[in-house]
Design a binder for this molecule. Sequence first.
Ligand SMILES: *Cc1c(COP(=O)(O)O)cnc(C)c1O
Length: 383
Amino acid sequence: MAIQLFMPAFQIEECLAEIRECLEKGWTGLGYKTIEFEEAWKDYSGHENAHFLSSATAGLHQAVKILKRQYNWRDGDEIITTPITFVSSNHAILYENMVARFADVDQYLCLDPHSVKSRINEKTRAVLFVGYGGSFGQLNEIIEICREYGLKLILDAAHMAGSRVKGKFPGVFDGIDVTVYSFQAVKNLPTADSGMICFKDPEMDAVCRKMTWMGINKDTYARFNKAGNYKWNYDVEFVGYKHHGNSIMAAIGLVQLKYLERDNAYRRQICNWYDDFFAGNDDVKPIPVTYRADCSRHLYAICVPDRDGLIEHLNSLEIYPGVHYTDNTEYEIYAYDHGKCPHAHEVCRHILSLPLHMRLSFDDVRIISGAVNAYTTSMLTLI
Ligand SMILES: *Cc1c(COP(=O)(O)O)cnc(C)c1O
């Protein structure tokens, strides 16, 4: 049977029971389960604020938008970011007419603090850090740099649901202004599409709640008309968006959250199996992660000499790895920084992500690793 890169595993009966509650109550939209899920996420993660959204892409856009508004950033101001990410991290910067300024990555494929420092100029306002594969990378150093230069820090935690550093979610650390999680279909906590935005500042959380529902402010009338039904009578403060999440997604999220720790533990197990199988093969270099005992392990990425050949070989065996990611400066829209991040550029030609999901067995991992080892060592004997 074919082995896919990602394949979510849902607790089907439990999810259906939660969804059934929404349908029976007649409440599938904003409120109800979305609030329950926000509370459950705050309890679990330690974040003080959490707002449930339609996606992490929407969340990253909101993060940039609300920081820009709060601190009066201008069009053309810059946010330092990584070329090794899903494009939505960087699109979020462009949505707000700002410039994505690319810095190079370190061995964890997270932003390299030295490179970040070298990109800072008078237009720099923030750093957007992606926890690649769930890794913390050198986020502590980035936090220090942001403090020193007065920059804001956005954490794209799309891969980081459940990642901890010394028992704490990295997003709750001092110095991180806003953290965005993804609960998209193949992330560690899968729904179908949704995400969570966690601002440090409760006022920004309040702005975000209005901004993600068309800019509508119900509070003023709610205050004055506690007894009456004045739902239609609201004010509109901003040109907001339709970015909030709904109760059906939250219902699935509430169930999947209960299994996130168990699932992440199994992801770590799979990664340890891969590591063991590749231990003697110098041509397969797993991308290291920080705090591996507490990492969400969204990805198992390796670096090999002949990446494209290996992918073809695996595909011929019905094994379907992925690539996370193409160097974003290869894309037309980000080509203005092409060649500025040599390590990212080089590594992106050699990385692939091996299958990693709940339905994978030890035997699957043995078969995949065997195929990778056979291909890479046969390449060796050819040379
Ligand atoms: C998946 C992903 C996103 C976008 O998440 P959505 O919920 O699909 O919008 C953003 N950044 C990274 C690093 C991702 O992997």
